[in-house]
Design a protein around this ligand. Structure first.
Ligand code: GDX
Ligand code: MN
Length: 375
């Protein structure tokens, strides 16, 4: 008995409807829930579709609005926390989360997770191959900060700690809804804190999806601004928490990325370079001057011209270590952390990423391993 949940905000209605339908048709699924960010056209449309799907499948399909639960920007976190509370009012045993915008969502995702749960794993995460310039928040912020903050734990070995595709069994959800660290994170940081809060509480299984996750694409990295600093702040907060206890972590072996994934370009470089030089304020420059001089110099050079080559693996490590102490959740620092992340992504894209997909992935992984071994 499983409930499948899709948080949604502004997605393609046909894609979201097809996903509700796929979930409702699965024999293991006894309920489907879509949690919307706000009322409006998409919300009304999905509400209409949900009653049609309920009637034809005899599985309850509900579309609800998220409650205000956390104390940060109201975003995906409020959506997921609303879903977990709602799940506990029913009698389903398992809760699956999937993003509403996945275009290759099919029964195999549900099956992969259910099978691992049948084998006794209360937490199942889906992971999949990604383009070498995709997942840049995971690769440059979350895994490095986990590696620095909890170097001896298995936390940084979780391949996709920001993934929104997970199965949680009832006992796990009960813990999460009682955990302020999770309920307060109403923004993009929710996936980070759920990853932390589910690590160390029992076995964890990683289900590999060979075809990857196809979903709505970004234009410029600018679209990720809030996600960058919100995920960064969540990962910093995790760094201040006690390390998770050792846990059984079974990771399905991964297969090489298909050519379509390996050759995909993650973002537009030209429109991204401008983000280095635009919009500097005096307070942001002041924040930049707190870095050690050999890093502060090239950061501040971006006020005049794009400068990013200094953020190789070594430069980035020093940058993160300084941020861990100096960062404040204020506009100037948020702008600076986004700018630094853009510079790091460009430095990587113009060097390691050019070496081909499999080499680039090795370098990314090795960099995280190196960060952990320095602590
Ligand atoms: N209820 C609700 N409220 N749903 C939301 C909100 C919100 O405020 N904002 C976004 N969503 C939904 C959205 O409709 C989609 O279904 C899902 O959350 C993910 O959003 P999307 O814009 O597709 O994000 P993206 O960039 O694909 O990010 C996903 O992967 C990231 C990653 O792995 O890098 C998402 O699961 C992120 O949480 C994750 O960090
Ligand atoms: Mn998406």
């Amino acid at each position: 008995m499983s409930l499948v949940v899709f948080p949604f905000k502004s997605e393609d209605a046909d894609v979201a409807t097809a996903n509700l339908e796929t979930a409702a048709h699965h024999p293991r699924v006894t309920g489907v829930l879509a949690v919307g960010a706000e009322p409006g056209r998409l919300f009304e449309l999905l509400a209409g579709e949900s009653s049609r799907i309920s009637t034809s499948t005899k599985v309850p399909v509900e579309v609800i609005l998220q409650d205000r639960i956390g104390d940060r920007r109201s975003g995906k976190g409020d959506g997921m926390n609303t879903a977990m509370r709602r799940f506990l009012t029913g009698d389903n045993e398992r809760l699956h989360f999937y993003d509403a915008d996945i275009t290759n969502f099919d029964a195999s995702w549900i099956e992969g997770a259910e099978k691992a749960a049948d084998d006794g794993f209360p937490v199942v995460r889906h992971y999949f191959p990604r383009a070498s310039t995709d997942a840049m928040i995971t690769w440059m912020l979350t895994r490095p900060l986990f590696a620095i903050g909890h170097s001896r734990s298995q936390l940084w070995q979780i391949p996709q700690p920001l993934g929104g595709e997970v199965l949680l069994s009832r006992g796990v959800v009960e813990k999460l809804v009682d955990d302020d660290f999770v309920t307060s994170r109403s923004d993009w940081g929710i996936d980070t804190v759920i990853t932390y809060a589910t690590a160390g509480t029992g076995p964890m299984y990683e289900h590999f999806v060979p075809g990857g996750k196809q979903h709505a694409l970004y234009g410029s990295l600018e679209e990720l601004r809030a996600m960058v600093y919100e995920c960064f702040e969540a990962a910093l907060a995790v760094g201040e928490m006690p390390p998770p206890s050792p846990f059984e972590h079974e990771v399905e072996p991964e297969a090489p990325a298909t050519p379509a994934i390996a050759h995909k370009v993650g973002y537009d470089v030209e429109s991204t370079i401008r983000l280095l030089t635009e919009g500097w304020t005096a307070t942001e420059a002041e924040a930049a001057r707190t870095f050690p001089r050999h890093i502060a110099g090239p950061i501040l050079a971006n006020q005049r011209e794009p400068t990013f080559a200094f953020l190789d693996g070594e430069g980035w490590y020093e940058t993160l270590v300084h941020l861990i102490d100096a960062y404040r959740p204020e506009p100037a620092w948020r702008s600076l952390v986004f700018r630094l992340w853009v510079a790091r992504v460009l430095a990587y894209t113009t060097t390691d990423a050019l070496a081909g997909h499999s080499r680039a992935m090795e370098v990314l992984e090795q960099t995280v391993v190196d960060y952990a071994s320095r602590r």
